[in-house]
Design a protein. Structure first.
Lengths: 320, 692
């Protein structure tokens, strides 16, 4: 139990501190692959500190929603960092560690930001919100079906139970269900965090931007919170994928607090590696048209559906 | 009066309460006839609220396990009046009471002069409106406590007539009201015919109208007769529930009715369709069939998806809410259908979970949809507008209403920490755990149902972000929205009642778990008596028996609030505290005008494009050229998203009917001889028929 409580405290700190480094790493990988030097791994942290020191500027005519959205977004990222078993499967909060709840909390953050985009009353804000919510709505079936597929072998949608089941029986990791769900979840992560080819995080071109359009009116401290929370979303989702499909190094039921050190190291390696792979893949991708995105999501939905059906038709974990 | 159940000696609290409810209903209806508009509103409003509060208490008692069965066979033999209350009635009494209590208080302010319609008395405050409203609320309660076929049908018809009158309330002000009332009356009467047929078969077989007798004899009903009754029940009750494709009256009647009536219609009345389906199909007939379950599941899935797709592109706020009702009824029906499928596969324990999810969602939907309809009414009263494209900026003009609607929208979007999330979570759990219950069909249907629920949930988020973000935030898009002022206190209080209910349901659903288990046990018989309850309350949250599935909404809320407070405090400490206000970025050009803002139409445009095949919008572009082909003086673009089902299915049928009616005119040329001939032929036909 001590391990669990300690993990719930360490996880958000680790992910909050690590998220800017993850972005720095990904930018560096991209820069080097493209033959540039890049700003270095620490650059996002420097930007963040600079922004946090600047005063927030609020657009004229906005309401409390605009001021509250960055805080809510950051809170959702932190809550997910607390309730998902990143370091230990002994969650002290079993009543909140449900995968459906995690997905819903993630969506709450998206909603806070889209409302803020609308609250600006500018064409950019509305445009970004409209596009963001379209993608969020269409990605939802894939997300929940992937959750379904993952919870079939464990017989529960409780994250700790799912991960523990996969740790105990590594054969399920290579099952068709698991692999199909992995692909579906990767597409989900790309869409939810606005990475290529769904959204280009580096663009400021009116016609193509989604996330950047929504947060155009934010400045100073507010902008820092929005950026930081968005980076954390990428971190928590990559960490979730890492722990689901490579459930090694996580502190188990009997482990003491010392195992958390190993678990933290393993988590950093998993997220870092996934981030580098993602950044490497992004070099070869261009952003697709907004109206091609539903096709991508429909494809991932089919994969997720196959994953669930395979879980029933080829029940691997049950017989072994 | 005689208590018919042996063993209910002494004064039963439920019987006393129902007697008091009758007295309050009569008093409220009488108060609706008072001459002074102000006194009428105050007295009738509070009496309706009392009527609702009584129903909440009765529902609570029934959920705690109190039962009641009264009948007076000797009083009017043909009518066979009987009352019967059990846990299932309790759930719906709670729903009706909650919404009508809030609507009663709200209506006191809503009916008063003021707002956008100036100092004229509102038609919602007329004598007819108040009396019908009181009778409407009473008839809703009569339906769920009815214990015999005739009592049920009497309550049902009274409900239909009073609600049709209420839809007509504003017929002088708006032309569309008459069409809406006609559609509503037509659909509701057709549904009534189906229900009448359904009971006719049952009663003819049992040779008695009492529910106990019907239940006892239903086992002996033949296969064909059971099929006919089940199909008639699905059609009759489905049309009241707003199930696709019988939903067409809903997006017409809900927007045109006064808002407190819309709230009761949408929050409580459509749920009686679900009640009827459960009472007649599952309780009386005792159907536990996978096929019937799959039919309900399919209808529910279609309703959920079609409803939310129409809602996401709707620009009329109340129409949006009406379609969202179809969506939520669809989710409830998915729960009912899944319950049937699981029960038919011999897994009554999981079926009970599905039924509890459906019932809990019915309660949750009543709370948040009631609140949202009341909120829409406040906007309508303050601005005279229902179109989201002209609204905006209400957050600074109507701060209390905005905050209340925000809570309702959060719940309707099924996001934590709202109450809608809790019941959707339970529904998803029932579907996920039900996959392995039986056979390949279930294994494929359950994931498909999860995908439908998920897409519905995603689109619901988009719908309510649009409704709240466009309607209440940013800057006003019309002078009327600019001039809006906060609603009177009674209206805010009415909304506050439902907001409080949402908050309680959201953090402490465990409170209802034993009662809902009791209601579900009657629907999934083998869990009745003994065995673990399907859904247990655990530390304020919900947990499923037998599997590891647990949700503590209070914990999620505490974590979110704690994290938000920590972030806000840290940002205060670390960053600069002062907040500067500056102009929004206008691309270095002009100041931004409200005309540049996104509207509801443009917000939903990407989704409309994705689902263009289903929605089939009618678009029209008119170009007025100037001299020469390259210069244009005027471009006019208009778009309308109608109801495809209405256009494709109902319009042709109505046209056909009109053609036949035209032809049938030839039968009545005005000749008396011909008419006497008809009468004679009819008499002969009857005599022949009788002597056959």
């Amino acid at each position: 139990m001590v391990t669990g409580v300690l993990a719930a405290v360490v996880q958000p700190v680790l992910l909050a501190a690590g998220a800017p480094l993850l972005i720095g790493l990904m930018r560096t990988v991209r820069a080097r692959t493209e033959g540039r030097i890049g700003g270095g791994v620490l650059q996002p942290w420097r930007d963040l500190i600079k922004l946090l020191r600047k005063e927030p500027v609020t657009a004229d005519g906005t309401s409390w929603v605009f001021a509250a959205a960055p805080v809510v977004l950051m809170a959702t990222s932190l809550v997910i960092a607390v309730i998902v078993p990143y370091l230990s499967t002994q969650s002290p909060l079993p009543g909140a560690g449900d995968l459906f709840a995690v997905v819903a909390v993630l969506l709450l953050g998206t909603v806070a930001l889209t409302l803020a985009g609308l609250d600006c009353g500018t064409a950019f804000g509305g445009m970004g919100s409209s596009r963001e919510i379209t993608i969020a709505a269409l990605v939802e079936p894939t997300v929940l079906l992937s959750v379904f597929a993952l919870s079939v072998p464990a017989g529960s949608s409780n994250l700790a139970a799912i991960i523990r089941g996969r740790m105990d029986d590594p054969a399920t990791l290579a099952s068709p269900t698991s692999l199909l769900a992995l692909v579906a979840l990767v597409v989900v992560t790309i869409a939810e965090t606005g990475r290529l080819p769904v959204d280009n995080p580096a663009t400021h071109l009116e016609l193509t931007m989604i996330h950047e359009a929504m947060i155009l009116e934010y400045a100073g401290r507010d902008l820092a919170l929005v950026e930081w929370a968005s980076w954390m979303r990428l971190g928590v989702l990559l960490g979730l994928i890492g722990n689901l499909f490579a459930p090694w190094g996580i502190a188990g039921p009997g482990d003491g607090p010392a195992a958390l050190l190993v678990a933290a190291l393993a988590l950093v390696v998993k997220i870092g590696w996934l981030g580098m792979v993602l950044a490497g893949a992004e070099v070869f991708l261009a952003k697709i048209r907004l109206f091609r995105v539903p096709e991508l999501l429909a494809g991932s939905l089919v994969l997720a559906f196959l994953a669930v059906s395979a879980a029933y038709l080829l029940p691997q974990g049950v017989h072994q | 009066m005689s208590a018919a159940l042996p063993g209910t000696a002494g004064i039963d609290p439920l019987a006393t309460l129902l007697a008091a409810q009758t007295a309050v209903a009569v008093a409220a209806a009488a108060a609706g006839c008072l001459p002074s508009a102000r006194v009428r509103a105050a007295v009738a409003g509070w009496l309706v609220a009392l009527l609702g509060a009584g129903a909440v208490v009765a529902g609570g008692l029934a959920l705690e396990g109190h039962r009641l069965a009264l009948s007076w066979p000797a009083v009017v033999p043909a009518l066979d009046p009987a009352l019967r209350v059990d846990a299932l009635s309790g759930v719906f009494l709670l729903i009706i009471g909650l919404v009508s209590a809030a609507a009663g208080i709200y209506a006191i302010g809503y009916a008063a002069p003021g707002g956008a319609h100036g100092d004229h008395p509102s038609p919602a405050g007329s004598r007819t409106a108040w009396t019908s409203f009181a009778l409407f609320v009473a008839s809703l309660q009569l339906v769920v406590v009815a214990g015999s076929a005739t009592t049920f049908l009497l309550g049902w018809e009274l409900m239909a007539v009073t609600s049709a009158l209420l839809v007509l309330t504003e017929h002088r002000a708006q032309q569309a009201v008459r069409g809406a009332a006609l559609w509503y009356a037509g659909m509701t009467q057709l549904g009534f015919l189906a229900i009448l047929g359904c009971f006719a078969v049952l009663v003819a077989h049992a040779r008695a109208g009492d529910f106990t007798a019907l239940r006892a004899s239903a086992a002996g009903l033949g296969g064909t007769a059971t099929f006919v009754v089940a199909a008639l029940a699905l059609v009759g009750f489905g049309s009241k529930a707003g199930m696709v494709p019988l939903h067409v009256w809903l997006p017409r009647a809900h927007p045109e009715a006064p808002s407190h009536v819309s709230a009761v219609m949408s929050g409580a009345m459509v749920k009686l369709g679900v009640y009827g389906l459960l009472r007649v199909g599952v309780d009386l007939l005792g159907i536990h069939s996978r096929e019937w379950g799959l039919a309900i599941l399919a209808a529910g899935g279609a309703s959920a998806l079609y409803g939310i797709l129409q809602a996401v592109v709707a620009t009329d706020l109340k129409r949006l809410l009406a379609y969202s009702t179809t969506e939520n009824v669809g989710l409830i029906l998915i729960g009912v259908g899944a319950g049937q499928v699981l029960s038919g596969s011999g897994r009554d324990d999981l079926a009970a979970v599905a039924y509890v999810a459906a019932l809990l969602h019915a309660i949750n939907h009543a709370a948040f949809k009631g609140l949202l309809f009341l909120g829409a009414g406040s906007v309508l009263r303050a601005t005279g507008l229902r179109s989201l494209d002209s609204l905006g900026g209400l957050v600074s003009r109507m701060p209390a209403t905005t905050a209340l609607v925000a809570l309702g929208a959060l719940a309707a979007a099924a996001l934590p920490p709202g109450n809608g999330f809790v019941s959707e979570w339970l529904l998803l759990q029932a579907l996920v755990h039900g996959q392995s219950a039986g056979g390949l069909t279930t294994a494929l249907v359950m994931p498909a149902a999860v995908a439908v629920v998920a897409l519905t949930a995603g689109l619901a988020v988009a719908t309510f972000v649009k409704a709240f973000g466009i309607g209440f935030l940013a800057r006003p898009r019309s002078p009327a929205a600019d001039a809006a002022t906060e609603s009177p206190r009674a209206m805010r209080a009415g909304m506050g009642v439902l907001a409080l209910a949402i908050a309680v349901l959201a953090v402490a659903p465990a409170m209802l778990a034993p009662g809902l288990d009791r209601a579900a046990a009657a629907l999934a018989p083998s869990t009745r008596g003994g065995g673990a309850a399907a859904v247990q309350g655990s530390a304020g949250g919900l947990a499923l028996a037998g599997v590891q599935a647990r949700l503590q909404p209070l914990l999620v809320l505490a974590l979110l609030v704690g994290a938000a407070m920590a972030v806000a405090a840290a940002a205060r400490l670390w960053g600069r505290p002062r907040r500067r206000v500056a102009l929004a970025w206008g691309c270095g050009g002009q100041r931004l005008s409200p005309r540049m803002e996104y509207t509801a139409t443009s917000f939903a445009e990407p989704l409309q494009r994705v689902f263009v095949e289903v929605l089939q919008p009618e678009q029209d572009l008119t170009v007025t050229p100037a001299s020469g082909p390259y210069l244009v003086t005027r471009l006019r673009y208009s778009q309308q998203v109608g109801d495809v089902v209405e256009r494709r299915a109902y319009r042709p049928a109505l046209n056909l009917l009109a053609r036949w009616a035209e032809r049938a005119r030839g039968l009545a040329p005005g000749s008396v001889h011909r008419y006497v001939g008809y009468a004679f032929a009819a008499l002969v036909a009857v005599l022949v028929g009788v002597s056959w």
